[in-house]
Design a protein around this ligand. Sequence first.
Ligand code: SF4
Ligand code: SF4
Length: 302
Amino acid sequence: MRKIAFGYSTRCNIKCEHCVAGEDIPGTLKIELDQAKEIIAELAAAHTQGISFTAGEPLLYLDEIAELIALCDEYGIYTRVVSNSFWAKTPELADRSIIKLKEKGLSQLRMSYSRWHQKNIPHQNILNAAQSCKKNGLDYFISFVTDFSEQDDPFEQYLRDNSLKFFPEPVIFSGRAESFERLPLRTDYQENCCAMNPYLTPNLDMYACCDAGSHFTKTNFFYLGNVKESSIEQLFKKSETNRLYNHIRILGITAIASFAGFTAREIIQYRKCELCEKLFNSPDTLATLQQEADSGLTSWYR
Ligand code: SF4
Ligand code: SF4
């Protein structure tokens, strides 16, 4: 099933300390509305079944995003918008945006929430947005970004106290969060497989991974190409047929790291995206893994 994260604009109205957007990313990169419509038509022709509008804050362009959602709806594409809920200051204001998005066919709203977001956006906005979704029949969930420290407990409790639907999402130590202190992990030896949905940036670069994929600067491992030079169908195919990407999807990062010589004790010290970065943002390790993609790695399955 083809799904993509659609970066409509890198512009955001707040500046979270943990944002994966590095300082080098221009603040106003944006796709023109007509061009975005053409891309959605191409995505539909390539049988894309889900589009998640993301990047900076998409709802700074509410009218344009609403038009794009309506277009996706015509093509039968599932849509999600990822938002910091700045627009939900009061229940009435929340309703105004939610009713419009729902009427245009939005499938799901995903609200970002964390101790970093909430330095700029009142908790009440999240509550207003979620309650409006419930009232107006729009599916939602809250993405609770956390580094699993005790500081986050009251933030999680707020969601529980208000009976809100949320899922914890580990902070990605990339971009502005690069220098954050990492707390020791207490996890098992996990597979760490990734679905790897591609990400389209506002300047039409497409990456195979929608999370930290665009920050692999030493190898550009996840870069698929630019939509001005290749068709979306070609770029999807590239993502789907790359042997190493498929090993990430099926074998998982942990087994690849073990194959590459990392000790089990070292592997469990890294978070998933950090381990991925150790493997695929190292030109030497990547060269070895590319050589082994069709041989050694294929025999490393249990
Ligand atoms: S994390 Fe989201 S809300 Fe915060 S600055 Fe980045 S894009 Fe904006
Ligand atoms: S582990 Fe790698 S492929 Fe998976 S989300 Fe992180 S950067 Fe992307």
